[in-house]
Design a binder for this molecule. Structure first.
Ligand code: NAG
Ligand code: NAG
Ligand code: NAG
Ligand code: NAG
Ligand code: NAG
Ligand code: NAG
Ligand code: NAG
Length: 449
Protein backbone atom coordinates (compact mmCIF):
# COMPACT_ATOMS: atom_id res chain seq x y z
CA UNK A 1 0.00 0.00 0.00
CA UNK A 2 2.74 2.39 0.89
CA UNK A 3 4.35 1.56 -2.40
CA UNK A 4 1.16 2.13 -4.33
CA UNK A 5 0.60 5.45 -2.64
CA UNK A 6 4.09 6.64 -3.23
CA UNK A 7 3.72 5.80 -6.91
CA UNK A 8 0.47 7.70 -7.07
CA UNK A 9 1.60 10.71 -5.13
CA UNK A 10 5.34 10.99 -5.45
CA UNK A 11 7.07 13.14 -2.88
CA UNK A 12 3.98 14.72 -1.40
CA UNK A 13 5.23 17.32 1.03
CA UNK A 14 8.58 15.63 1.52
CA UNK A 15 10.44 18.84 1.09
CA UNK A 16 9.14 21.91 2.78
CA UNK A 17 8.35 24.74 0.42
CA UNK A 18 10.07 27.96 1.34
CA UNK A 19 7.89 29.82 3.80
CA UNK A 20 8.26 32.37 6.52
CA UNK A 21 9.36 29.72 8.99
CA UNK A 22 11.87 27.83 6.92
CA UNK A 23 13.98 25.73 9.20
CA UNK A 24 15.12 23.72 6.19
CA UNK A 25 14.06 20.40 7.63
CA UNK A 26 11.07 18.21 8.25
CA UNK A 27 10.66 19.60 11.76
CA UNK A 28 7.01 20.29 12.43
CA UNK A 29 5.85 18.50 9.28
CA UNK A 30 3.80 16.13 11.45
CA UNK A 31 2.13 16.97 14.77
CA UNK A 32 4.61 17.02 17.66
CA UNK A 33 4.60 13.95 19.91
CA UNK A 34 6.06 14.17 23.39
CA UNK A 35 5.63 15.05 27.03
CA UNK A 36 5.28 18.43 28.77
CA UNK A 37 5.72 19.24 32.45
CA UNK A 38 2.77 21.61 32.96
CA UNK A 39 -0.30 19.39 33.32
CA UNK A 40 1.73 16.95 35.40
CA UNK A 41 3.60 19.30 37.78
CA UNK A 42 2.63 22.94 37.09
CA UNK A 43 5.30 25.20 38.66
CA UNK A 44 6.83 22.39 40.68
CA UNK A 45 9.45 21.26 38.18
CA UNK A 46 13.05 20.13 38.40
CA UNK A 47 15.77 18.59 36.32
CA UNK A 48 15.19 15.24 38.00
CA UNK A 49 11.48 15.26 37.12
CA UNK A 50 12.32 16.15 33.51
CA UNK A 51 14.97 13.44 33.26
CA UNK A 52 12.65 10.89 34.89
CA UNK A 53 9.98 11.70 32.32
CA UNK A 54 12.52 11.17 29.54
CA UNK A 55 13.70 7.87 31.00
CA UNK A 56 10.09 6.72 31.30
CA UNK A 57 9.35 7.69 27.71
CA UNK A 58 12.09 5.23 26.80
CA UNK A 59 11.39 2.43 29.29
CA UNK A 60 7.60 2.45 28.80
CA UNK A 61 7.97 2.13 25.04
CA UNK A 62 6.57 5.59 24.35
CA UNK A 63 9.71 6.68 22.53
CA UNK A 64 9.41 3.63 20.29
CA UNK A 65 5.78 4.61 19.70
CA UNK A 66 6.99 7.98 18.38
CA UNK A 67 6.97 10.34 21.38
CA UNK A 68 10.07 12.45 21.04
CA UNK A 69 9.89 15.88 22.71
CA UNK A 70 10.49 16.40 26.44
CA UNK A 71 9.20 19.90 27.12
CA UNK A 72 9.97 22.06 30.12
CA UNK A 73 7.06 24.43 30.72
CA UNK A 74 6.84 27.56 32.90
CA UNK A 75 9.02 28.29 35.98
CA UNK A 76 12.42 27.00 34.89
CA UNK A 77 14.47 30.19 35.27
CA UNK A 78 15.64 32.49 38.02
CA UNK A 79 12.60 34.57 38.86
CA UNK A 80 14.04 37.95 39.73
CA UNK A 81 15.77 38.85 36.52
CA UNK A 82 18.20 38.24 33.71
CA UNK A 83 21.98 37.97 33.82
CA UNK A 84 22.95 41.64 34.29
CA UNK A 85 25.92 41.37 31.91
CA UNK A 86 24.56 39.28 29.06
CA UNK A 87 20.82 39.93 29.57
CA UNK A 88 20.34 36.20 29.14
CA UNK A 89 17.74 34.18 31.02
CA UNK A 90 19.33 32.18 33.82
CA UNK A 91 18.21 28.62 34.63
CA UNK A 92 17.27 28.21 38.30
CA UNK A 93 20.38 26.48 39.75
CA UNK A 94 18.35 24.74 42.47
CA UNK A 95 15.84 23.28 40.02
CA UNK A 96 18.32 22.65 37.19
CA UNK A 97 21.75 22.02 38.71
CA UNK A 98 23.19 21.12 35.27
CA UNK A 99 21.51 24.06 33.57
CA UNK A 100 19.23 23.71 30.58
CA UNK A 101 22.26 22.87 28.44
CA UNK A 102 23.28 20.00 30.74
CA UNK A 103 19.67 18.77 30.84
CA UNK A 104 19.51 18.99 27.04
CA UNK A 105 22.67 16.90 26.75
CA UNK A 106 21.12 14.16 28.87
CA UNK A 107 17.85 14.25 26.91
CA UNK A 108 19.73 14.11 23.61
CA UNK A 109 21.81 11.17 24.79
CA UNK A 110 18.53 9.25 25.16
CA UNK A 111 17.65 10.03 21.55
CA UNK A 112 15.00 12.56 22.58
CA UNK A 113 14.58 16.30 22.06
CA UNK A 114 14.23 19.13 24.56
CA UNK A 115 11.57 21.86 24.59
CA UNK A 116 11.58 25.15 26.46
CA UNK A 117 8.95 27.74 27.33
CA UNK A 118 8.55 31.52 27.35
CA UNK A 119 5.91 34.19 26.84
CA UNK A 120 5.51 36.98 24.27
CA UNK A 121 5.17 39.41 27.17
CA UNK A 122 7.24 40.95 29.94
CA UNK A 123 6.75 37.99 32.27
CA UNK A 124 5.62 34.41 31.86
CA UNK A 125 2.22 33.35 33.20
CA UNK A 126 3.91 32.27 36.45
CA UNK A 127 5.72 35.63 36.70
CA UNK A 128 9.21 34.69 35.45
CA UNK A 129 11.17 36.92 33.04
CA UNK A 130 9.82 36.55 29.49
CA UNK A 131 10.88 37.39 26.00
CA UNK A 132 9.23 40.47 24.54
CA UNK A 133 12.02 42.85 23.56
CA UNK A 134 14.59 40.07 24.17
CA UNK A 135 13.65 37.75 21.31
CA UNK A 136 17.07 37.72 19.64
CA UNK A 137 18.98 37.11 22.87
CA UNK A 138 16.59 34.42 24.08
CA UNK A 139 16.41 32.52 20.79
CA UNK A 140 20.21 32.56 20.62
CA UNK A 141 20.47 31.39 24.24
CA UNK A 142 18.15 28.45 23.64
CA UNK A 143 19.98 27.58 20.41
CA UNK A 144 23.29 27.62 22.30
CA UNK A 145 21.84 25.33 24.95
CA UNK A 146 20.68 22.79 22.37
CA UNK A 147 16.95 23.45 22.69
CA UNK A 148 14.77 21.86 19.98
CA UNK A 149 11.29 23.29 20.62
CA UNK A 150 9.75 26.51 21.91
CA UNK A 151 6.30 26.89 23.41
CA UNK A 152 5.57 30.62 23.33
CA UNK A 153 2.80 31.75 25.66
CA UNK A 154 0.73 34.94 25.79
CA UNK A 155 0.86 36.31 29.34
CA UNK A 156 1.76 39.83 30.49
CA UNK A 157 1.55 41.58 27.15
CA UNK A 158 2.60 45.23 27.50
CA UNK A 159 -0.12 47.84 26.90
CA UNK A 160 1.48 49.21 23.76
CA UNK A 161 1.44 45.73 22.21
CA UNK A 162 -2.21 45.00 22.87
CA UNK A 163 -4.68 44.98 19.99
CA UNK A 164 -7.38 47.57 19.59
CA UNK A 165 -10.08 45.08 18.69
CA UNK A 166 -10.86 41.43 19.37
CA UNK A 167 -11.55 38.44 17.21
CA UNK A 168 -15.20 37.56 17.18
CA UNK A 169 -15.31 33.81 17.71
CA UNK A 170 -17.73 32.50 15.13
CA UNK A 171 -20.31 30.14 16.49
CA UNK A 172 -20.50 28.16 13.33
CA UNK A 173 -17.45 28.59 11.14
CA UNK A 174 -17.59 25.45 9.09
CA UNK A 175 -13.96 25.77 8.11
CA UNK A 176 -14.70 27.52 4.85
CA UNK A 177 -13.20 30.74 6.12
CA UNK A 178 -16.53 32.51 6.05
CA UNK A 179 -18.68 32.55 9.10
CA UNK A 180 -22.33 32.11 8.27
CA UNK A 181 -24.43 33.27 11.21
CA UNK A 182 -21.36 33.88 13.37
CA UNK A 183 -22.30 35.70 16.53
CA UNK A 184 -20.16 37.30 19.17
CA UNK A 185 -20.42 35.77 22.59
CA UNK A 186 -19.51 38.90 24.57
CA UNK A 187 -19.69 42.64 24.06
CA UNK A 188 -16.08 43.71 23.65
CA UNK A 189 -15.07 45.70 20.55
CA UNK A 190 -14.84 43.21 17.77
CA UNK A 191 -12.68 43.70 14.72
CA UNK A 192 -14.50 44.59 11.52
CA UNK A 193 -15.23 41.69 9.20
CA UNK A 194 -12.56 42.77 6.71
CA UNK A 195 -9.83 43.10 9.38
CA UNK A 196 -6.50 41.52 8.41
CA UNK A 197 -5.54 39.58 11.53
CA UNK A 198 -2.10 38.75 10.16
CA UNK A 199 -1.30 42.47 10.63
CA UNK A 200 -2.40 42.49 14.28
CA UNK A 201 0.04 43.24 17.10
CA UNK A 202 -0.49 39.69 18.31
CA UNK A 203 0.65 38.27 14.97
CA UNK A 204 3.63 40.64 15.03
CA UNK A 205 4.72 39.58 18.52
CA UNK A 206 4.83 35.97 17.39
CA UNK A 207 6.49 36.73 14.05
CA UNK A 208 9.36 38.53 15.83
CA UNK A 209 10.19 35.35 17.73
CA UNK A 210 9.85 33.27 14.55
CA UNK A 211 12.46 35.46 12.87
CA UNK A 212 14.70 35.32 15.94
CA UNK A 213 14.58 31.51 15.95
CA UNK A 214 15.46 31.41 12.29
CA UNK A 215 18.34 33.81 12.81
CA UNK A 216 19.67 31.78 15.75
CA UNK A 217 20.43 28.97 13.34
CA UNK A 218 19.30 25.91 15.29
CA UNK A 219 16.18 24.23 13.86
CA UNK A 220 13.40 24.38 16.44
CA UNK A 221 9.78 23.45 16.42
CA UNK A 222 7.87 26.68 17.09
CA UNK A 223 4.63 26.19 18.99
CA UNK A 224 2.37 29.23 19.39
CA UNK A 225 0.30 29.47 22.53
CA UNK A 226 -1.78 32.60 22.09
CA UNK A 227 -5.01 30.82 23.02
CA UNK A 228 -6.73 31.10 19.64
CA UNK A 229 -6.84 34.91 19.77
CA UNK A 230 -6.91 37.20 16.74
CA UNK A 231 -8.05 34.50 14.36
CA UNK A 232 -4.70 32.70 14.58
CA UNK A 233 -6.00 30.00 12.25
CA UNK A 234 -5.56 32.42 9.34
CA UNK A 235 -1.92 33.36 10.10
CA UNK A 236 -0.61 30.56 12.33
CA UNK A 237 0.70 28.55 9.41
CA UNK A 238 2.94 31.35 8.15
CA UNK A 239 4.26 31.95 11.63
CA UNK A 240 4.76 28.60 13.33
CA UNK A 241 4.44 24.84 13.15
CA UNK A 242 1.45 24.71 15.46
CA UNK A 243 -0.85 27.17 17.13
CA UNK A 244 -3.15 26.73 20.10
CA UNK A 245 -6.77 26.93 19.01
CA UNK A 246 -8.26 27.75 22.40
CA UNK A 247 -7.66 28.69 26.01
CA UNK A 248 -6.14 26.17 28.39
CA UNK A 249 -7.36 22.63 28.82
CA UNK A 250 -8.12 21.21 32.26
CA UNK A 251 -8.60 17.64 33.46
CA UNK A 252 -12.40 17.75 33.12
CA UNK A 253 -14.86 16.29 30.66
CA UNK A 254 -16.50 19.69 30.22
CA UNK A 255 -13.24 21.26 29.12
CA UNK A 256 -12.37 18.38 26.78
CA UNK A 257 -15.73 18.73 25.01
CA UNK A 258 -15.46 22.52 24.96
CA UNK A 259 -12.12 22.39 23.15
CA UNK A 260 -13.28 19.59 20.88
CA UNK A 261 -16.25 21.70 19.84
CA UNK A 262 -14.10 24.73 19.06
CA UNK A 263 -11.32 22.93 17.25
CA UNK A 264 -13.78 20.90 15.16
CA UNK A 265 -14.48 24.10 13.21
CA UNK A 266 -10.82 24.61 12.33
CA UNK A 267 -9.95 21.39 10.51
CA UNK A 268 -9.60 23.05 7.10
CA UNK A 269 -6.55 24.89 8.42
CA UNK A 270 -4.64 21.69 9.24
CA UNK A 271 -2.13 20.05 6.91
CA UNK A 272 1.58 19.21 6.82
CA UNK A 273 3.68 21.78 8.72
CA UNK A 274 0.68 23.50 10.28
CA UNK A 275 -1.36 22.07 13.14
CA UNK A 276 -4.19 23.53 15.16
CA UNK A 277 -3.24 22.62 18.72
CA UNK A 278 -6.11 21.44 20.94
CA UNK A 279 -3.71 21.73 23.93
CA UNK A 280 -1.74 19.19 25.90
CA UNK A 281 -3.23 15.88 26.92
CA UNK A 282 -4.96 15.33 30.25
CA UNK A 283 -5.01 11.55 29.79
CA UNK A 284 -4.31 10.14 33.26
CA UNK A 285 -5.29 13.32 35.10
CA UNK A 286 -8.10 14.64 37.30
CA UNK A 287 -11.47 12.97 37.25
CA UNK A 288 -11.39 11.92 33.61
CA UNK A 289 -12.64 8.35 33.32
CA UNK A 290 -11.11 5.68 31.11
CA UNK A 291 -13.81 6.19 28.48
CA UNK A 292 -13.39 9.97 28.58
CA UNK A 293 -9.61 9.60 28.20
CA UNK A 294 -10.11 7.32 25.19
CA UNK A 295 -12.37 9.92 23.58
CA UNK A 296 -9.97 12.76 24.42
CA UNK A 297 -6.97 10.94 22.95
CA UNK A 298 -8.79 9.56 19.90
CA UNK A 299 -10.20 12.91 18.85
CA UNK A 300 -6.97 14.81 19.52
CA UNK A 301 -5.11 12.26 17.37
CA UNK A 302 -7.78 12.42 14.67
CA UNK A 303 -7.67 16.24 14.54
CA UNK A 304 -3.88 15.94 14.06
CA UNK A 305 -3.32 18.01 17.16
CA UNK A 306 0.14 17.79 18.68
CA UNK A 307 0.01 15.01 21.30
CA UNK A 308 1.90 16.06 24.40
CA UNK A 309 1.47 13.75 27.35
CA UNK A 310 0.76 15.74 30.52
CA UNK A 311 0.76 13.20 33.31
CA UNK A 312 3.57 11.94 35.60
CA UNK A 313 4.97 8.91 33.80
CA UNK A 314 6.40 7.24 36.91
CA UNK A 315 2.89 6.60 38.24
CA UNK A 316 0.87 6.17 35.03
CA UNK A 317 -1.57 3.25 34.97
CA UNK A 318 -1.35 0.57 32.31
CA UNK A 319 -4.82 1.52 31.07
CA UNK A 320 -3.76 5.09 30.41
CA UNK A 321 -0.47 3.96 28.91
CA UNK A 322 -2.41 1.69 26.57
CA UNK A 323 -4.45 4.66 25.33
CA UNK A 324 -1.34 6.77 24.70
CA UNK A 325 0.32 3.92 22.79
CA UNK A 326 -2.62 3.10 20.54
CA UNK A 327 -0.94 2.13 17.30
CA UNK A 328 -3.81 2.95 14.96
CA UNK A 329 -4.43 6.42 16.33
CA UNK A 330 -0.73 7.30 16.42
CA UNK A 331 -0.29 6.07 12.86
CA UNK A 332 -3.20 8.23 11.75
CA UNK A 333 -1.83 11.26 13.59
CA UNK A 334 1.67 10.71 12.16
CA UNK A 335 0.72 9.65 8.63
CA UNK A 336 3.66 10.50 6.37
CA UNK A 337 1.55 10.62 3.20
CA UNK A 338 -1.78 12.19 4.15
CA UNK A 339 -1.47 15.60 5.85
CA UNK A 340 -5.11 16.43 6.50
CA UNK A 341 -7.00 15.53 9.69
CA UNK A 342 -10.24 13.66 10.17
CA UNK A 343 -13.22 15.97 9.92
CA UNK A 344 -16.78 15.72 11.22
CA UNK A 345 -19.13 14.22 8.65
CA UNK A 346 -22.20 14.39 10.87
CA UNK A 347 -22.80 16.17 14.16
CA UNK A 348 -25.31 13.63 15.45
CA UNK A 349 -27.35 15.09 18.28
CA UNK A 350 -27.37 18.57 16.77
CA UNK A 351 -27.68 19.69 13.13
CA UNK A 352 -24.38 19.84 11.23
CA UNK A 353 -22.17 22.87 11.99
CA UNK A 354 -23.88 23.55 15.31
CA UNK A 355 -21.58 25.26 17.82
CA UNK A 356 -22.42 23.43 21.04
CA UNK A 357 -19.90 22.41 23.69
CA UNK A 358 -22.20 19.91 25.36
CA UNK A 359 -22.95 18.05 22.15
CA UNK A 360 -20.09 18.64 19.70
CA UNK A 361 -19.66 16.76 16.43
CA UNK A 362 -19.95 13.02 17.10
CA UNK A 363 -19.18 11.38 13.72
CA UNK A 364 -15.73 11.91 12.23
CA UNK A 365 -13.75 10.36 9.37
CA UNK A 366 -10.40 10.85 7.71
CA UNK A 367 -8.22 9.25 5.05
CA UNK A 368 -4.88 7.70 5.85
CA UNK A 369 -2.27 5.38 4.40
CA UNK A 370 -3.87 2.52 6.36
CA UNK A 371 -7.48 3.09 5.44
CA UNK A 372 -10.31 5.41 6.37
CA UNK A 373 -10.54 6.07 10.10
CA UNK A 374 -14.09 6.46 11.39
CA UNK A 375 -14.76 7.75 14.90
CA UNK A 376 -18.12 7.76 16.67
CA UNK A 377 -18.31 9.57 19.99
CA UNK A 378 -20.96 8.98 22.62
CA UNK A 379 -21.63 12.29 24.35
CA UNK A 380 -24.27 10.74 26.63
CA UNK A 381 -23.98 9.24 30.11
CA UNK A 382 -25.43 5.93 28.93
CA UNK A 383 -24.50 3.27 26.40
CA UNK A 384 -25.61 4.05 22.84
CA UNK A 385 -25.59 2.25 19.53
CA UNK A 386 -23.76 4.38 17.00
CA UNK A 387 -24.12 3.50 13.34
CA UNK A 388 -21.28 3.99 10.87
CA UNK A 389 -23.24 4.01 7.63
CA UNK A 390 -20.82 3.63 4.71
CA UNK A 391 -23.12 5.79 2.60
CA UNK A 392 -22.52 8.71 4.93
CA UNK A 393 -18.75 8.36 5.31
CA UNK A 394 -16.78 10.41 2.78
CA UNK A 395 -14.75 8.06 0.57
CA UNK A 396 -16.90 4.96 1.20
CA UNK A 397 -19.64 3.53 -0.97
CA UNK A 398 -23.17 2.96 0.28
CA UNK A 399 -24.01 -0.73 0.46
CA UNK A 400 -20.46 -1.89 -0.20
CA UNK A 401 -18.59 -4.33 2.01
CA UNK A 402 -15.26 -3.49 3.61
CA UNK A 403 -12.77 -5.12 5.93
CA UNK A 404 -12.91 -3.34 9.26
CA UNK A 405 -10.54 -3.29 12.22
CA UNK A 406 -11.52 -2.17 15.71
CA UNK A 407 -8.75 0.32 16.47
CA UNK A 408 -9.04 -0.13 20.26
CA UNK A 409 -8.55 -3.89 20.26
CA UNK A 410 -6.74 -4.36 16.95
CA UNK A 411 -9.22 -7.13 16.16
CA UNK A 412 -10.54 -7.59 12.66
CA UNK A 413 -14.31 -7.31 12.43
CA UNK A 414 -14.14 -9.02 9.06
CA UNK A 415 -16.12 -7.82 6.07
CA UNK A 416 -18.88 -5.41 7.00
CA UNK A 417 -21.60 -4.63 4.49
CA UNK A 418 -23.45 -1.29 4.64
CA UNK A 419 -21.74 -0.21 7.82
CA UNK A 420 -21.14 -1.08 11.45
CA UNK A 421 -23.47 -0.76 14.41
CA UNK A 422 -21.20 -0.14 17.36
CA UNK A 423 -22.14 -0.36 21.01
CA UNK A 424 -20.44 2.63 22.58
CA UNK A 425 -20.24 3.03 26.35
CA UNK A 426 -21.03 6.34 28.03
CA UNK A 427 -18.52 9.02 26.95
CA UNK A 428 -16.49 6.53 24.91
CA UNK A 429 -15.64 6.69 21.21
CA UNK A 430 -15.70 3.81 18.75
CA UNK A 431 -12.75 3.92 16.37
CA UNK A 432 -12.87 1.85 13.19
CA UNK A 433 -10.26 1.46 10.51
CA UNK A 434 -12.01 0.70 7.24
CA UNK A 435 -9.72 -1.05 4.80
CA UNK A 436 -10.04 -3.29 1.74
CA UNK A 437 -13.26 -3.58 -0.17
CA UNK A 438 -14.50 -7.18 0.11
CA UNK A 439 -15.98 -9.49 -2.47
CA UNK A 440 -15.61 -10.01 -6.19
CA UNK A 441 -12.68 -11.81 -7.73
CA UNK A 442 -10.22 -9.26 -6.68
CA UNK A 443 -9.93 -7.18 -3.57
CA UNK A 444 -9.56 -3.56 -4.49
CA UNK A 445 -8.09 -1.44 -1.81
CA UNK A 446 -9.58 1.97 -1.25
CA UNK A 447 -7.98 4.84 -2.99
CA UNK A 448 -7.28 6.91 0.03
CA UNK A 449 -5.83 10.16 -1.13
C1 NAG B 1 26.27 25.06 30.31
O1 NAG B 1 26.41 26.47 30.26
C2 NAG B 1 27.13 26.98 31.34
C3 NAG B 1 27.03 28.51 31.32
O2 NAG B 1 27.22 28.97 30.02
C4 NAG B 1 28.56 26.48 31.27
O3 NAG B 1 29.29 26.97 32.35
C5 NAG B 1 28.52 24.95 31.32
O4 NAG B 1 29.82 24.44 31.14
C6 NAG B 1 27.59 24.37 30.27
N1 NAG B 1 27.42 22.96 30.54
C7 NAG B 1 27.46 22.04 29.59
C8 NAG B 1 27.21 20.65 30.04
O5 NAG B 1 27.67 22.32 28.42
C1 NAG C 1 6.14 49.04 22.56
O1 NAG C 1 7.22 49.66 23.25
C2 NAG C 1 8.49 49.04 23.04
C3 NAG C 1 9.50 49.73 23.97
O2 NAG C 1 9.50 51.08 23.73
C4 NAG C 1 8.85 49.15 21.57
O3 NAG C 1 10.09 48.53 21.34
C5 NAG C 1 7.78 48.49 20.74
O4 NAG C 1 8.05 48.63 19.37
C6 NAG C 1 6.41 49.06 21.06
N1 NAG C 1 5.39 48.25 20.38
C7 NAG C 1 4.62 48.72 19.43
C8 NAG C 1 3.60 47.80 18.84
O5 NAG C 1 4.69 49.87 19.04
C1 NAG D 1 -19.56 26.06 4.72
O1 NAG D 1 -20.58 27.01 4.64
C2 NAG D 1 -20.55 27.77 3.45
C3 NAG D 1 -21.59 28.87 3.59
O2 NAG D 1 -22.81 28.36 4.07
C4 NAG D 1 -20.80 26.81 2.28
O3 NAG D 1 -20.76 27.52 1.06
C5 NAG D 1 -19.72 25.76 2.26
O4 NAG D 1 -19.96 24.79 1.27
C6 NAG D 1 -19.62 25.05 3.60
N1 NAG D 1 -18.44 24.23 3.61
C7 NAG D 1 -18.45 22.95 3.96
C8 NAG D 1 -17.11 22.28 4.01
O5 NAG D 1 -19.47 22.37 4.27
C1 NAG E 1 -28.34 30.75 9.46
O1 NAG E 1 -29.45 30.95 10.30
C2 NAG E 1 -30.70 30.86 9.62
C3 NAG E 1 -31.78 31.25 10.61
O2 NAG E 1 -31.58 30.63 11.84
C4 NAG E 1 -30.87 29.42 9.10
O3 NAG E 1 -32.08 29.32 8.40
C5 NAG E 1 -29.72 29.13 8.15
O4 NAG E 1 -29.77 27.78 7.73
C6 NAG E 1 -28.37 29.36 8.85
N1 NAG E 1 -27.31 29.21 7.88
C7 NAG E 1 -26.24 28.49 8.13
C8 NAG E 1 -25.25 28.41 7.02
O5 NAG E 1 -26.04 27.92 9.19
C1 NAG F 1 0.86 25.31 5.75
O1 NAG F 1 2.10 25.64 5.18
C2 NAG F 1 2.77 24.53 4.57
C3 NAG F 1 4.07 25.02 4.05
O2 NAG F 1 4.86 25.44 5.10
C4 NAG F 1 1.92 23.97 3.45
O3 NAG F 1 2.55 22.83 2.93
C5 NAG F 1 0.55 23.60 4.00
O4 NAG F 1 -0.27 23.18 2.96
C6 NAG F 1 -0.07 24.79 4.69
N1 NAG F 1 -1.32 24.38 5.31
C7 NAG F 1 -2.50 24.75 4.86
C8 NAG F 1 -3.69 24.24 5.59
O5 NAG F 1 -2.60 25.49 3.90
C1 NAG G 1 -26.69 22.09 22.99
O1 NAG G 1 -27.39 21.04 22.38
C2 NAG G 1 -28.34 20.41 23.21
C3 NAG G 1 -28.90 19.22 22.44
O2 NAG G 1 -29.46 19.65 21.25
C4 NAG G 1 -29.41 21.41 23.60
O3 NAG G 1 -30.33 20.79 24.48
C5 NAG G 1 -28.74 22.58 24.32
O4 NAG G 1 -29.71 23.57 24.59
C6 NAG G 1 -27.66 23.17 23.43
N1 NAG G 1 -26.95 24.18 24.19
C7 NAG G 1 -26.83 25.42 23.77
C8 NAG G 1 -26.05 26.35 24.64
O5 NAG G 1 -27.33 25.80 22.73
C1 NAG H 1 -27.96 -1.53 12.50
O1 NAG H 1 -28.95 -0.61 12.92
C2 NAG H 1 -29.89 -0.30 11.92
C3 NAG H 1 -30.79 0.82 12.42
O2 NAG H 1 -31.26 0.52 13.71
C4 NAG H 1 -30.68 -1.55 11.57
O3 NAG H 1 -31.58 -1.26 10.52
C5 NAG H 1 -29.69 -2.62 11.11
O4 NAG H 1 -30.38 -3.83 10.90
C6 NAG H 1 -28.62 -2.85 12.13
N1 NAG H 1 -27.63 -3.74 11.55
C7 NAG H 1 -27.11 -4.76 12.25
C8 NAG H 1 -26.09 -5.58 11.52
O5 NAG H 1 -27.45 -5.01 13.39
Amino acid sequence: MTLLLSLLVPLVGLSRPSTALDTGSDIGRLPALGWNSWNAYHYDISQSKIITAAEKLVSLGLKDAGYEYVNIDDAWSVKDGRDPKTQRLVPDPDKFPDGINGTADKIHSMGLKLGIYSSAGTKTCAGYPASIGYETIDAQTWADWGVDYLKYDNCNVPKNWSDTCDFCVPNNDNGSGNYPNGTCTDDRDFCPSDYDFSKSNTAKRYAIMRDAIEAAGRPMLYSLCEWGNMNVQTWGNETAHSWRATGDIGPTWTRVKDILNMNSFFMNYVDFYGHSDADMLEVGNGQLSYAQCRTHFALWAAMKSPLLIGTPLDTISSDMLGILKNKYLLEFNQDPVVGGPATPYKWGTNPDWTWNSSYPAEFWAGSSSNGILVLMMNTYDETKTKIADWGEVPGLEAGASYEVVDAWTGKSLGCQEDGVNATVLAYDTAVLLVQDKCGGDEKSRLLLV
